[in-house]
Write a protein that binds this ligand. Structure first.
Ligand SMILES: [Zn+2]
Length: 207
């Protein structure tokens, strides 16, 4: 009887530590509140990033991947506050969602940024970037290192920033304004995250 009791306790502890050790996906919807992000022709980046973040969250929830949204509504957060939220977790990855803008209207495509060398952030960036390029047919602006992005530099977890297309390009702006495009983008991002975190495809389909 005693041994059954100890086995039971051991299983409970095992489950507890397995849960505690699971990596949390911190979803950062870029901009918000007074910070509109780019906003050509009243297409506000801050709204598209929040919508995409909700789609990413829903897909992660469906697959049983622990996650948290840095902001879940239209309010302002400083970059420091965003980093602080991410750094509260002992095991996490940080995925910042943005849409792009440049004065040259013909520039288009998706790019993914990371900070540092060929470490875990780079691996995460590659995994997410190429998964989402499988989902959306856009120009590949590649995975790029960036040293000047505060959230990437100061988050103590693998961290990436996805620029999901150019709001300054008419064709991409029209695509981004459609839910189907943002959904496809979210699906690609989540597939990349799951593959980086080692969730097997079979598990993903079953959950
Ligand atoms: Zn942005």
């Amino acid at each position: 009887m005693k041994s059954i009791y100890f086995t039971f306790c051991a299983i409970l502890l095992g489950v507890f530590f397995a849960q505690a050790a699971r990596t949390v996906v911190v979803i950062d919807a870029g901009h918000g509140g007074k910070d509109l992000g780019c906003h050509p022709d009243k297409y506000y980046e801050k709204h598209f990033t929040l919508d995409t973040a909700y789609r990413v969250k829903a897909l992660l929830d469906m697959r049983g991947v622990p996650n948290v949204m840095v902001r879940n509504n239209d309010y302002y957060l400083s970059l420091q506050q965003r980093v602080r939220k991410a750094n509260k977790y002992s095991r996490a990855i940080f995925v910042s969602l943005h849409y792009n803008y440049t004065k040259s209207r013909s520039v288009r495509g998706i790019e993914t940024f990371y900070f540092g060398g060929a470490g875990r952030s780079y691996s995460l960036a590659k995994s997410v970037h190429y998964s989402l390029l499988n989902r959306v047919y856009v120009n590949d602006r590649k995975v790029k290192p960036r040293s000047g992005l505060y959230v990437l530099k100061h988050t103590r977890h693998p961290a990436i920033l996805v620029e999901g297309g150019f709001l300054s390009n008419k064709k991409e702006r029209e695509a981004i304004s459609k839910g189907a495009y943002r959904q496809a983008l979210a699906e690609g991002i989540v597939e990349g995250i799951c593959s980086f975190l080692g969730y097997k495809k079979r598990q993903i389909l079953l959950q």
